[in-house]
Ligand binder design. Structure first.
Ligand code: NAD
Ligand code: IPM
Ligand code: MN
Length: 375
């Protein structure tokens, strides 16, 4: 393995708490493999606003495109509010600068022992496993906004090329399995013009380039309901726009029992699978949990580090082709969650009904990683 360059942006509140723990897992892998990553730390979010008056500086944006991967915590908090420039705008600037237009947000049980934690009945939720691909650089999030005392406008627009490139990621990912994984494209084509264009272009891309992939379309509002009543019906790939993807991926946290479990990877092309590089943009990627900065529990050592640790696994897999190490990290997380309560320590954080803190969970994961690497 040859390592690479990682820009670490821990952000605000629990961001730095869980990023620090995830990086200890990386330390262990480095030590074991003799591989060395160049790590640079910088500010993004409220911490950057406080110091520079802007949530991500030009320098950070520049560094983010020069790194092989950006490892991101979370940005935001009540002390900064939502008025622009807000902490969240720092993250959006990084996403746009990197043009990492495909945000992969998997939803599955990191351990079967978590099924009973889900608010959904076991017979419905068991086996849920989908990869939600959220368009990450367009839609209502970007474009020319207008905002004053009496009026607000977010142009929710998509161009052909923006839709084609993210549809191709879904298609390429679908073709990595045999038989190809079915794809559900999610929109509001019954109301929104940009959704009608989305549906048409997605259909064209699949007909032309991925004829073997089964593509279906689903309206976003009904999917939000059917996620709960028939969650496993969507197993496979879900392809959707920025806003719907944001909302539905938090719902994934509800399905699996906690937001503290869900990682994400944002890429500039399809992941190459076991054999190759990303189809576009080399290894470029940004890795962050689906959850936010959780100001309600920050500073107390209570945050669940799993989502951040699993984001590290995604980084190893997609940006550095370290498939074995990625699996080791995932397996270690699974083991710790399986154990539930080894030695009366309650190795589960509060969001999972346990009494363990960030440190205890992280240390348990680290020790499993060490064991698995040696095995
Ligand atoms: P949130 O995801 O921060 O928290 C929602 C709930 O989930 C809270 O009760 C929180 O305690 C819990 N939670 C989240 N992560 C957890 C973890 N790792 N362990 C245990 N519990 C966890 O959402 P919110 O409260 O709506 O947002 C707080 C701030 O975070 C806002 O400013 C928002 O904009 C920002 N945010 C940032 C990102 C990001 O930087 N990627 C993502 C989402 C939200
Ligand atoms: C997420 C977050 C971000 C988003 C915010 C913090 C900008 O909610 O990553 O899901 O809406 O994309
Ligand atoms: Mn979100």
């Amino acid at each position: 393995a040859k390592g690479g360059k990682i820009l670490v942006l821990p952000g605000d509140h629990i961001g730095p708490e869980v990023v620090a723990e995830a990086l200890k897992v990386l330390d262990i892998i480095e030590e074991h493999n003799g591989v060395k990553f160049e790590r640079e730390f910088d500010l993004c979010g409220g911490c950057s606003l406080d110091k520079h008056g802007i949530a991500s500086t030009e320098e950070v944006l520049q560094k983010s495109v020069e790194a092989d991967a950006v490892f991101f915590g979370s940005a935001g908090g009540p002390e900064w509010g939502h008025k622009l420039p807000n902490p969240e705008s720092g993250l959006l600037r990084v996403r746009q600068k990197m043009q990492i237009f495909a945000n992969l947000r998997p939803c599955y049980f990191a351990s079967q022992s978590l099924i009973e934690r889900s608010p959904i009945k076991e017979e419905l939720i068991k086996g849920v496993n989908f990869m939600l691909i959220r368009e990450n650089c367009g839609g209502a999030y970007f474009g020319k906004k207008v905002e004053n005392e009496d009026y607000g406008l977010d142009p929710w627009e998509y161009t052909r090329s923006e839709i084609e490139r993210v549809a191709r990621v879904a298609g390429a990912l679908a073709m990595q399995t045999d038989p190809p994984t079915p794809v559900t494209s999610v929109d509001k084509a019954n109301v929104l013009a940009n959704s009608r264009v989305w549906r048409k272009i997605v259909t064209q891309v699949f007909e032309k380039e991925f004829p073997k992939v089964k593509l279906q379309h689903q309206l976003a509002d009904s999917l939000a309901m059917l996620f709960i009543t028939q969650p496993t019906r969507w197993n496979g790939i879900i392809l959707t726009d920025n806003t719907f993807g944001d909302i539905l991926s938090d719902e994934s946290g509800g399905l699996t029992g906690s937001l503290g479990l869900l990682p994400s990877a944002s890429l500039a092309g399809a992941p190459g699978g076991q054999t190759g590089q990303n189809s576009v943009g080399g290894a470029r990627g940004l890795y962050e949990p689906v959850h936010g900065s959780a100001p309600d529990i920050s500073g107390k050592g209570l945050a669940n580090p799993v989502a951040q640790v699993l984001s590290l696994a995604m980084m190893l897999r997609y940006s550095f082709n370290m498939y074995h190490e990625a699996e080791v990290v995932e397996k270690a997380v699974e083991k710790v969650l399986d154990a539930k309560d080894i030695g009366g320590l309650g190795l589960r954080s509060g969001d999972l009904g346990g009494k363990a803190g960030t440190k205890e969970m992280s240390e348990a994961i680290q020790s499993e990683v060490k064991k698995l690497l040696k095995a």
